[in-house]
Design a binder for this molecule. Sequence first.
Ligand code: CAA
Length: 258
Amino acid sequence: MSFKTLIVETSDGVTLVRLNRPEALNALNSELLAELGQVLDAATIDAAVRCLVITGSEKAFAAGADIKEMSDKSYAEMFAADYFTAAARKLEQFRKPVIAAVSGFALGGGCELAMMCDFIIASETAKFGQPEINLGVMPGLGGTQRLTRFVGKSKAMEMALTGRMMDAAEAERSGLVSRVVPTDKLIDEALAAARKIAGQSPLAVLMNKELVQTAYETTLTAGVAIERRLFHSLFAFEDQKEGMAAFVEKRKPDFKGR
Ligand code: CAA
């Protein structure tokens, strides 16, 4: 597949997706979101793809939804098209792990895209923000909800109301990103994490992702109960036998996804 707004390469079980609209700091327009949806659809049915990494350029992961595309739209158009919903659902419902590798600006929809991924690795130059307030609007891709869950009410409220950006160090302190790495190591670090995931039991990976996500959607008691049952169910798979036997025999496991 070739794309106009993305550069996509797959190797060693990992698909690396580079947002590629340098003229607009990777602003998310309909075409880019549709192409990202195509990548996710293809990755869903390709068993060889075990993990995705989404990244941008050194200057910008993505500077938001495309303001030029949206500026003249009417309420009727936004509502009738259910603007953003199809694209967001694709990523929200995607079952394989997705890592955001963020350098430079991750603003508005860019910050929201990163937060929809399963975890964020940031470079030292990363800057996160929800500056929609400066445009007379508000986040529309989940920012008010996810940022609040990830960094707490006070920081999320300040960022949404003032448009203040958070640098990489603050983002790590606040739990928004899993870690910060030197800018020139960002892609290598993200790919190394993705390859580590790609080498695990794909079944255990899917269940782990699903259960960590469940923590945001349910009570502690219900979440722990579901986790216990799914933990038990993993003992139906050959991968559990292989993983535990390999540990006992002091060798590397060879997971087959069965
Ligand atoms: N949409 C469309 N085009 C954008 C864009 C965006 N979100 N962000 C940047 N661009 C374009 C600029 O218009 C400019 O294009 P021209 O050369 O044709 O003028 C080009 O990218 C380079 O940008 P700048 O010249 O502004 O670069 P800079 O280094 O001076 O500033 C910046 C960088 C601070 C990120 C600045 O570009 C900026 O503030 N961008 C907008 C950020 C923003 O408001 N994002 C929220 C969008 S709304 C949203 O995302 C809604 C939602 O929740 C989904």
